[in-house]
Design a protein around this ligand. Structure first.
Ligand code: PEP
Ligand code: MG
Length: 325
């Protein structure tokens, strides 16, 4: 009930056996901030900055972006804010930006690929982020990384801008974190290599499921393949978490799956550190978490990896949750 849920607003995100995780919110702009704060989120795990670029007729300036990022960081008052660099292309277009017509936009020039191709666009956003880093606890996150060289190139450009700003006397935090989304099977399989060159991962299951299943997430005809609880997806998630753990990096998830009550126990069991979701899911997730033992779920979660279907996994999780209630 509502008032019982509300009582979780100020509580830490703790499991029944005392393990602390982070329950963060996803936002698309300043308008979503109030809801994240009102639901007691531990931070922002995904700020989809493409919304700053959409529904207008020109690119947002460095100044305009800086003031938005600064505002979000200040409002979050020291809690971590992960801001994702521009993820345009695929299904998201800008009316004022000429992009090539592509046969398969989701496999084409989107996100980091586009940013590395249109470097000035990317540099403008990075400068805004670097300047904003002085106003809170910032994580800069690159979307759609497939291979190591993309990450290295993005980091090289980021560092060039950082050095230039510092030379100009601009204050840039020395403590911002750099992370990547894991949303391609290539990145998941290379997670051990990528982990050595970032501070964190955030698993983007919306795309990771689409690319792993080779099933367009917008196409209803193949939506039966969109199975977050399929053992194949769970295996790939576990692989990523283990790789991050081995290199001492934290790993979160910001796809829809992170707020799903029947996925949270498994993700907890695999050792996920941060769960980022829509604001309205934060309190139900915190309440659920308070009833789960991580030790117990780490034992249970591995059992699902050898199951043969999503429905088998779901029945297993729901039976466990029922027997615990
Ligand atoms: C994802 O792919 O899971 C994700 C969070 O990114 P988006 O939904 O914006 O593509
Ligand atoms: Mg994505």
């Amino acid at each position: 009930d509502v008032s019982r849920m509300k009582s979780y607003i100020d509580r830490p995100s703790l499991t029944a056996d005392g393990v602390q995780v982070e329950l963060a919110g996803n936002i698309g702009g300043i308008d979503d901030l109030e809801k994240v704060l009102a639901n007691g989120a531990d931070g922002i795990g995904l700020f989809r900055t493409e919304f700053l670029y959409m529904g207008r007729s020109t690119f947002p300036s460095e100044e305009e972006q800086y003031s938005v990022y600064k505002h979000v960081l200040e409002k979050m008052n020291g809690k971590r804010v992960v801001i994702r660099t521009l993820d345009i292309g695929g299904d998201k277009e800008l009316s004022y930006m000429q992009l090539p017509q592509e046969m398969n936009p989701f496999l084409g020039l989107r996100a980091i690929r586009l940013c590395l191709d249109r470097e000035e666009l990317f540099r403008t956003q990075l400068r805004a982020l670097l300047r904003a880093s002085a106003h809170g606890k910032l994580g800069i996150m690159f979307p759609m990384i497939s291979i190591l060289s993309e990450l290295r190139e993005a980091k090289r450009i980021l560092d060039e801008e950082r050095v230039r700003l510092v030379q100009q006397g601009v204050v840039v935090s020395s403590e911002f974190e750099i992370g990547i989304m894991i949303e391609t099977p290539a990145a998941a399989l290379a997670a051990d290599l990528l982990a050595q060159e970032v501070d964190f991962f955030s698993i983007g299951t919306n795309d990771l499921i689409q690319y792993t299943m080779a099933a367009d997430r917008m196409n209803e005809s193949v939506s039966y393949l969109y199975q977050p609880h399929h053992p194949v997806i769970l295996r790939i998630i576990q692989l990523v978490i283990q790789a991050a753990d081995r290199h001492g990096k934290w790993v979160g998830m910001c796809g829809e799956m992170a707020g799903d009550a029947s996925a949270i126990p498994l993700l907890l069991g695999f050792g996920l550190h941060e769960f980022s979701m829509s604001a309205s899911s934060v309190l139900p997730a915190r309440e659920l978490l308070s009833r789960l033992s991580r030790q117990e779920w780490s034992r249970l979660a591995v059992q699902t990896l050898n199951m043969s279907s999503q429905s088998e996994v779901l029945d297993f999780v729901n039976d466990q949750l029922r027997s615990e209630a």
